[in-house]
Design a protein around this ligand. Structure first.
Ligand SMILES: NC(=O)c1ccc[n+]([C@@H]2O[C@H](COP(=O)([O-])OP(=O)(O)OC[C@H]3O[C@@H](n4cnc5c(N)ncnc54)[C@H](O)[C@@H]3O)[C@@H](O)[C@H]2O)c1
Length: 415
């Protein structure tokens, strides 16, 4: 098959690679010329796609910035960003722009699948009418479906092949075309009755995580007051073989999905005079967590007779989760900014994030920084950091990720 992938980011590039590895010819389209040029040179900018896998695929994976090259693809999968606007409402600009460009090259018989996370109704109400500007009718002249991306960046135990794939088509024939497409790269494809069900299923997955993380973050704040070790409590509850799913507390939620996606559903719900309380409350609790971490840092320094102002605070980890370099919505950035506002001299170390240009900071070498700081705060649980060494070298350590469980030291505190 010849398959087009629109948007070669964290989602689109691994998908393009998966289709190419399965023997298909893939046209990868991105409007960012830097990405197209990097791929042309055989370089990867996504950590889950090592450059070594691109070389052997050079014949079958062609990067481009030109929508006209999609005209002879049998299937086109759209993976463009769906962020929030400044007023925290869905920003579908990328998706609508992409649909408008597609409508100019769309051919009869093609299958278009949307993978971007979005609110229920987007495929039918937003994408379909724009694609139909081509003069073709969705469900009759071309097929249209929604299939959410469910990857977890950095995770290796589930791959595109082993993660069950959800698809929802505009018609039964649309769903069947989408099922066939993904059956070539996924072991299991689950067909839902509508695109809306598939759109909402993805949001439910992310909202489920957001609500449970909020619950355990709130519990961490309560445990702080009660002087109970929240990690011990979570560990103990998780020993129950049924009826409990473990979520760990932390410095707050980050990434492109969890802090963003719930707002997509809340927006849609409001259009129907419905106010989803759990979603809003979870967002509120999780967004307050970085401020709680700063409060803990302030108290730890205070006990050592130091104010935040003028203290040298080393933040360990800037990305939103361990093992990857993605800093989007990372709580570390909020913690750094707040500490600086309070007069702290903040530096950071992150093996995956060489620089934070917006904060005019560069990752500092670990050994020197540990010996010269007043406090080191573990904000991201990067697996390659040696936490025993960190606790032994830094004068004071605050662990917001629970990675120092098992280490007992007078200079160590945990969330
Ligand atoms: N990153 C994740 O872990 C993840 C997981 C599941 C779902 N998603 C969803 O997948 C979608 C894509 O996310 P991502 O993380 O890959 O985003 P990303 O920003 O990494 O990549 C999107 C790419 O689309 C390109 N693009 C923007 N507008 C375009 C247009 N009109 N035409 C062609 N290309 C265009 C951008 O240049 C960018 O390279 C989002 O809806 C996101 O919510 C992301």
């Amino acid at each position: 098959m010849k398959i087009g992938i629109v948007g070669l980011g964290y989602v689109g590039l691994p998908l393009a690679v998966a289709f190419a590895e399965a023997g298909n010819h893939v046209v990868g389209l991105d409007l960012d010329p830097a990405k197209v040029e990097a791929l042309d040179r055989g370089e990867s900018y996504v950590e889950d796609v090592p450059a070594a896998v691109l070389g052997p695929l050079a014949e079958r994976l062609r990067p481009t910035g030109d929508y006209a090259e999609l005209a002879d693809c049998e299937a086109i999968v759209v993976c463009v960003p769906t962020p929030l606007s400044e007023s925290r409402e869905p920003d579908l600009t990328h998706l609508l722009d992409s649909a408008a460009s597609l409508s100019e090259v769309l051919r009869a018989g093609q299958l278009v699948v949307l993978e971007s996370t979005t609110y229920p109704g987007t495929t039918r109400e937003q994408l379909k009418p724009i694609l139909e500007r081509s003069g073709f009718s969705a469900g009759e002249d071309f097929h249209l479906a929604f299939s959410p991306e469910r990857i977890d960046p950095g995770r290796t135990d589930f791959t595109i092949r082993t993660m069950p794939k959800l698809v929802g088509g505009l018609t039964a024939a649309c769903a069947e075309r989408a099922r066939e497409l993904y059956a070539g790269i996924c072991d299991q494809v689950i067909v839902l009755s509508t695109p809306e069900a598939a759109e909402l299923a993805k949001l439910l997955e992310n909202i489920f995580r957001s609500v449970n993380i909020a619950l355990v973050n709130e519990l961490a704040q309560l445990c702080d007051r009660l002087e109970i070790d929240v990690w011990e409590v979570v560990e103990a509850a998780a020993s129950k073989p049924f009826g409990f799913m473990r979520f760990d507390p932390g410095p707050g939620m980050g990434g492109h999905c969890l802090p963003v996606d719930p707002f997509y559903l809340a927006f849609k719900a409001r259009q129907h005079d419905f106010y989803p309380e759990f979603i809003e409350l979870a967002g509120k609790v999780n967004q307050a967590q970085p401020a709680f971490c700063v409060d803990r840092i302030e108290r730890a320094l205070n006990r050592a007779g130091k104010p935040i102002k003028g203290s040298r605070i080393l933040v360990l980890g800037a990305s939103y989760k361990g093992g990857i370099g993605d800093t989007r919505e990372s709580p570390a950035l909020k913690i750094i900014a707040r500490l600086r506002d309070l007069g702290g001299e903040v530096s950071y170390h992150d093996p995956h994030v060489p620089a934070l240009p917006d904060l005019a900071l560069e990752s500092v070498p670990l050994a020197d920084a540990l010996s010269t700081c007043d406090l080191a705060a573990i904000v991201t649980a990067h697996p390659e950091l040696d936490y025993e060494q960190i606790v032994s070298k830094a004068p004071l350590v605050l662990d917001f990720r629970g990675v120092t469980r098992g280490i007992n030291a007078n200079n160590l505190e945990r969330l």
